[in-house]
Design a protein around this ligand. Structure first.
Ligand code: ADP
Ligand code: MG
Length: 684
């Protein structure tokens, strides 16, 4: 009987595989047809010819015209990846500013070519390498290409590189401009494509010694732009109402709404689901689909699935959907006019992510998403006056509003010492550069001549902030590199670890507080990690403890990657069984730059460049007010909050960073009376 069952299953399986293969073939043919309908297809031969003729080519085309998915394929089909003089096959690379775009585009191209993702077509993002020796088309974040320079300064394994989404002007893309322009000089066989969605290509062309501009005329239907009569007090609520109004009163076509981040998207998703449930069957089905950087990739893929007949899809997106990814069949766009943007104050060292009005160029890109398949409508939730008078024309390039520590360290390890004369498209403020150099010097990554030290070379090996790398490197001398490794991984997840369903808030809060460890958040994170590891990475345990299992799985992947890097730079893995002081000292050795001291007013002040800051309400130290703390980062929401904090002793600063702190700086005013601290407000 067993045999028979086995055979039956075998037969069914075989049939299934057979039909699956046929379905795949059909799908493949359909995709081949779709490829031919893209605007870029009409220019296939011309693009290939232009790439053959010119070393550098600027490509401009409407979002959705097929630049990202098609052009690398054309170059591959034209034989650019054929083995060079050394007999080795070469790659075509394509950079993306966003991880999600790199992954989703690579997946699409693999489908179009009928290959398994990771084989001929692959992607590489931080802490995740989905490529192999066979990979000919490689999509990657701009940050990852920058890292590749460390191992292969001439990019010898590439026949062509496409710097995509150049208009976004991310920090990493801007640096790549300079590096690629430089290597193009001594690698005449390397083809360079710079592609952009805006029509402002003159600047790119000029920068690349008047490189020719290839224009792909897009098809774009008219988009009707509607403004609000008065400013919206609560744009989230206004978005929800506008979605429902469109759904109830407007002809079919999907909706795209731009939000600033995950929290907003989740709030809007919940509001929309609750309210549509209220309507019951009185209205057609409304599918609510979120897309943001930290969304798990299987959920991300959902936004590309066709909407079932009779239903309508509403995609709630961050500005990832502005130009990086194209969702078909969008007819309505709702644009509240905001995006999260980082800003940096070199004087105080304060980095913050602030919700900022978008620039006109972004607003116009967003509106454009409504006109790809049919005439569309864009609802701007701000006034026409605000558009005309309050929005900037263009977003300020990131290089001018961010901390340059990691990038300066990277450039130094590439042997680029003279940063003042680096060929920046738009140079960063001198103050920011100086501040970065100063910070790297304080960390011991640069010597007093501004040259990379041995420690600096090691620090640069890790794809993370130099302060965090320093913490890892010195943790061996504190005997706690295993703990530092776990903490570093937990700090890099990027999404929340604790899960707090509204209806079980009390239980969830209790579970969270139970993880708290005296000393602060890093130790709490370590505790969560250790407990989970002890259960052999149990999913059930996560459910029981209100922990996001996906976040921890991500930490596990990241931890493995960092462990590999530690091995490479020969950092020994030693554990001190969680002894807190040594761990906090290792953290201090990396983050002494981020020290704050309790004030009489019960808020905190940073030490060297004084600035008032506060303990974030999510911190395990919230309500405890330790005198001296070291924080991982500052975030600005309603005020300047320190996030991920540990308590330290002030004398450690002089002991650990004597070149930076003198006894005066850390005088503890112990004679003076400190305000009495109220009872501990756990987890509030
Ligand atoms: P561009 O780079 O010019 O903005 P793309 O090459 O990204 O254009 O997109 C071309 C087309 O490929 C889009 O119109 C879309 O239909 C399709 N596409 C791209 N990525 C995906 C994906 N992950 N899933 C499904 N379709 C996709
Ligand atoms: Mg693109």
């Amino acid at each position: 009987e067993e045999m028979l069952a086995g055979q039956l299953i075998g037969g069914a399986e075989a049939r299934e595989i057979n039909t699956a293969a046929k379905a795949k073939e059909r799908e493949q043919m359909a995709l081949a047809e779709v490829r031919k309908t893209l605007p870029v297809y009409a220019y296939r031969e011309e693009i290939i010819a232009a790439v053959r003729e010119h070393q550098v080519l600027i490509i401009v085309g409407e979002t959705g015209s097929g630049k990202t998915t098609q052009i690398p394929q054309y170059l591959y089909e034209a034989g650019l990846c054929a083995p060079g003089e050394d007999g080795k096959p070469r790659k075509v690379g394509c950079t993306q500013p966003r991880r999600v775009a790199a992954m989703s585009v690579a997946k699409r191209v693999a489908d179009e070519m009928g290959v398994k993702l990771g084989n001929e077509v692959g992607y590489s993002i931080r802490f995740e390498d989905c490529t192999s020796d066979r990979t000919a088309l490689k999509y990657m974040t701009d940050g990852m290409l920058l890292r590749e320079f460390l191992g292969e300064p001439d990019l010898a394994s590439y026949a062509a590189m496409m710097l995509d989404e150049a208009h976004e002007r991310t920090l990493h893309t801007d640096i790549l401009f300079g590096l690629l322009k430089d290597i193009a000089r001594f690698r005449p066989d390397l083809k360079l494509l710079v592609s952009s969605a805006t029509l402002d290509a003159a600047k790119f062309s000029e920068y690349f010694d008047d490189a020719p501009v290839f224009n792909i005329p897009g098809r774009r239907y008219p988009v009707d732009i509607l403004y609000t009569k008065a400013p919206e007090a609560d744009y989230l609520e206004a978005c929800v109402i506008t979605v429902l109004q469109i759904h109830i009163t407007q002809p079919h076509g999907d909706i795209l709404v731009f939000f600033t981040g995950q929290e907003e998207i989740e709030a809007a998703q919940e509001a929309l689901q609750t309210r549509t449930r209220g309507f019951g069957t009185k209205i057609p089905e409304l599918l609510v689909l979120p897309i943001y950087a930290n969304l798990p990739s299987d959920m991300q893929a959902k936004i590309f699935e066709p909407t079932p007949p009779g239903a309508r899809k509403v995609v709630l997106a961050t500005n990832i959907a502005e130009t990086s990814i194209t969702i078909d069949n969008i007819v309505y766009v709702i644009d509240p006019g905001f995006a999260k943007q980082n800003s940096y104050n070199p004087r105080t060292g304060m980095e913050s992510l602030i919700v900022t009005p978008v620039a006109k160029a972004s607003a116009n890109q967003r509106a454009g998403r409504a006109g790809r398949v049919a005439p569309g409508k864009c609802f701007r939730l701000y006034t026409k006056w605000a558009y005309l008078n309050e929005l900037e024309d263009n977003t300020i390039p990131e290089i001018q509003r961010t901390n340059l520590g990691a990038v300066v360290l990277m450039l130094k390890s590439l042997g680029i010492n003279d940063l003042i004369h680096f060929d920046f498209m738009d140079p960063p403020p001198a103050e920011t550069l100086i501040r970065a150099l100063e910070q790297l010097y304080a960390l011991g990554a640069l010597n007093d001549k501004g040259e990379l030290t041995k420690l600096g070379r090691r620090t640069a090996e890790f794809p993370m902030d130099p302060m965090l790398s320093k913490m890892l490197i010195v943790s061996t001398s504190y005997g706690c590199s295993v703990e530092a490794l776990s903490i570093a991984a937990m700090l890099q997840i990027g999404s929340s670890i604790f899960y707090c369903p509204k209806e079980r808030k009390l239980h969830a809060d209790n579970a969270r507080v139970n993880f708290h460890r005296p000393g602060g958040d890093h130790l709490t994170l370590l505790n969560v990690w250790n407990q989970w590891a002890e259960t052999q990475y149990s999913t059930q345990w996560c459910f029981e403890n209100f922990i996001q299992v996906r976040s921890l799985r991500k930490a596990r992947d990241i931890r493995e990657q960092i462990e590999g890097l530690m091995e490479r730079v020969e950092l020994e893995l030693i554990s001190n069984a969680g002894e807190a002081d040594a761990i906090c000292k290792a953290i201090t050795a990396g983050f002494f730059y981020h020290t704050a001291k309790l004030q009489k007013t019960l808020d905190y002040r940073t030490i060297k460049h004084p600035q008032t800051v506060h303990i974030h309400p999510s911190s395990s130290l919230h309500g405890q007010q330790p005198r001296w703390v070291v924080y991982h980062e500052l975030v600005f929401t309603t005020k300047e909050f320190m996030r991920q904090i540990v308590e330290i002793k002030s004398e450690w600063l002089v002991e650990i960073a004597p070149h930076y702190y003198k006894t005066n700086d850390v005088a503890d005013d112990s004679g003076k009376k400190m305000p009495k601290v109220m009872g501990r407000v756990a987890g509030s």
